[in-house]
Write a protein that binds this ligand. Structure first.
Ligand SMILES: C[S@@+](CC[C@H](N)C(=O)[O-])C[C@H]1O[C@@H](n2cnc3c(N)ncnc32)[C@H](O)[C@@H]1O
Length: 242
């Protein structure tokens, strides 16, 4: 008589959200298993996929954007697993990736994997930019990449896709640490471009997304299933996965 969804909503209502969170985690797990099946094999024995890495479903979104909307010039903040998948997709279609990272040792590890993947030279360029204080009006002083180094690495370059998955922003006092990305780099975004902001399940990232959309002429949307905030301008296609 009662559907599964009705019973699930009763359980959520009477459990103070505990069962709701459990169901949500189970759903995410199933979506990520499906996403891993969709992702191309990188042909390396093992990659260190930790909780710092983008979720598989998030990576599928990024690769969809390259295939469906023809993105070829990608700027990424926060290197890792995403770098490997983006590089391998862009390497196949003549694209290029600039990856900004504060941790030099981590760049070395990711470069090692890129070598094993056989990514052609010139596809990926790293910008090592150590953390530095960044002053903002609304959020005070934030920890961000050395903006001088970032701007020097991409002086006049235009990107049609930007992925903001760094710096780390889960710690106290760093909730808005990803905000400076657009104030510093908006001038490097093409007229038709997309910005992905990871971790919008957090309040800090949701506020940043709204502020970015207001301050730059972008349309904002949130894909809650993969915790991704998306800003678009131009004529790109919007798609769903599940
Ligand atoms: C949110 S993570 C970026 C993750 C990256 N975009 C990815 O998909 O793997 C932010 C920072 O955490 C660090 N990091 C990422 N993966 C890591 C790992 N497996 N172990 C240690 N540090 C990691 C890097 O310094 C990175 O810039």
């Amino acid at each position: 008589m009662f559907g599964r969804e009705f019973i699930a909503s009763l359980l959520v209502a009477f459990s103070g959200g505990g069962i709701g969170k459990l169901l949500c985690r189970k759903r995410r797990l199933l979506e990520d298993i499906r996403a891993i099946e969709l992702l191309p094999s990188l042909n390396v024995p093992f990659i260190p996929w930790t909780n710092a890495a983008a979720r598989p479903l998030t990576v599928v979104y990024m690769l969809n954007e390259i295939c469906i909307n023809g993105r070829r010039n990608v700027l990424e903040l926060g290197s890792g697993i995403s770098t490997l998948y983006l590089a391998s997709a862009l390497g196949r279609c003549g694209g290029r990736l600039v990856s900004v990272e504060h941790d030099e040792a981590w760049i070395g590890i990711i470069e090692g994997y890129l070598g094993k993947l056989g990514i052609p030279e010139g596809v990926v360029r790293f910008c090592h930019a150590p953390m530095k204080d960044f002053e903002t009006d609304e959020f005070g002083t934030l920890p961000w990449y050395d903006s001088g180094k970032v701007k020097t690495a991409v002086p006049e370059e235009l990107f049609d896709m930007m992925v903001v998955d760094g710096p780390e922003a889960w710690m106290k006092g760093a909730r808005f640490a990803r905000y400076p990305a657009l104030p510093v780099l908006a001038g490097n975004l093409a007229g038709d471009s997309v910005v992905f902001l990871d971790d919008v399940d957090r309040k800090g990232e949701r506020r940043i997304l709204g502020k970015w959309a207001r301050e730059n002429a972008f349309k904002a949307m949130i894909r809650p299933e993969c915790c991704l905030g998306i800003l678009r301008r131009g004529n790109s296609r919007v798609y769903n996965i599940f």
